[in-house]
Design a protein around this ligand. Structure first.
Ligand code: HPA
Ligand code: ZN
Length: 333
């Protein structure tokens, strides 16, 4: 099998995808129309033209604007279902999806409208596509600690449907330490913990995510390489980094894909995985990310298999399920 065939044949788990970041312009137009919400674009082409961001904040401004058309439970269902169809095409058999409740509750959309729509799509994905999934609720870090506490309280009736709590949005100036107490509460309540750190922010934020938030995984974390001691810690603890190559390229975390450090991280023994982050905005879903790094960094088949293995190992799936998929990967030639 050549690399491209192997990428397609590998079962994969996606551990870093924002469901609001899978919103394709075609669906955005359709939902805007049926909800009679004006959007500042004339056409699908117009929307794509607007995606000329060059850092995290300029992306987030457009990403939050796009989410404004989501009003009804069915809208959230349609959004997630469209993503599951992409998963099926890419042989993503398990996905742990972020959602940002505050993006919606701050517009007057009830928490339950959001989670019920997403959950129904998750249930259908298992039944109709054989894709398993979990939901991860993220706090927006540009908002206050108090707002995060309120969101955590709103999530409690849905605790069984949320596997973990995460931290996303504008990283610079909003270190993990700002949310130490609310994450302590979330841990106490039994949630697993993840956090975006070391995407645009410094290695110091990764230390804080480990020491103060006590994360089970780091989202992005690519700037960890700047700190040798941190690298040792990540390797020793087998701490997963959910890396998002096309996102890093689009938001200029790296200048070109040949400079991406995912292969170096892998070779040094860091537990890296491949993910799409906000695929509608960053130019590709799971396999596009695999293909982009394979072409730029000449990954071997053994490395591709290791990345897919890592995705299951780092997932929050039951151990028996993990073993099943890892065996299938081992058996691929
Ligand atoms: N980083 C931080 N926040 C986000 C991202 C990201 O890549 N995507 C959606 N929210
Ligand atoms: Zn992200």
């Amino acid at each position: 099998m050549n690399q491209l065939e192997l990428i397609r044949a590998l079962p994969k788990a996606e551990l870093h995808v924002h469901i609001e970041g899978t919103f394709e312009p075609e669906l955005m137009f359709e939902i805007a129309q049926r909800n009679q919400i004006a959007i500042p674009y004339q056409s699908v082409e117009d929307v794509r033209q607007a995606y000329n961001f060059h850092n995290l904040q300029s992306f987030l401004d457009i990403y939050y604007a796009g989410a404004n058309v989501l009003i009804h439970e069915q809208d959230f269902y349609d959004l997630a279902w469209a993503y599951f169809e992409k998963c099926a095409e890419d042989y993503v058999v398990h996905t742990e999806m972020f959602f940002d409740p505050q993006t919606h509750t701050d517009r007057g959309i009830a928490f339950e409208v959001v989670i019920n729509g997403l959950q129904r799509a998750c249930d259908d994905a298992l039944e109709k596509l054989g894709i398993s999934s979990r939901l991860i609720m993220c706090f927006l870090r540009h908002l206050s600690e108090e707002a995060a506490f309120e969101t955590l309280a709103q999530a409690l009736p849905f605790k069984e449907q949320i596997i973990a709590v995460g931290l996303d949005s504008s990283e610079m100036g909003h270190p993990p330490s700002k949310f130490e107490r609310v994450f302590a509460k979330a841990r106490e309540l039994g949630f697993l913990i993840v956090a975006h750190a070391g995407e645009e922010g410094p290695a110091q934020y990764v230390w804080e995510a480990l020491d103060l938030l006590k994360v089970n995984r780091i989202d992005h974390g690519v700037r960890s390489e700047e700190d040798a001691q941190l690298m040792q810690r990540l390797i020793a603890e087998k701490m997963p980094l959910t890396v998002c190559p096309l996102s890093n390229l689009k938001l200029r975390v790296v200048d070109n894909m040949a400079q991406h450090n995912i292969r170096r991280l892998l070779q040094q023994g860091v537990h890296v995985t491949v993910n799409s982050d906000d695929p509608s905005y960053f130019g590709g879903y799971m396999n596009d990310n695999f293909i982009a790094i394979t072409e730029a960094l000449d990954l071997s088949n053994a490395e591709l298999k290791q990345l897919a293995m890592n995705s299951f190992e780092a997932s929050f799936m039951p151990e028996t399920e993990k073993q099943k998929w890892k065996l299938q990967i081992q058996n691929l030639s």
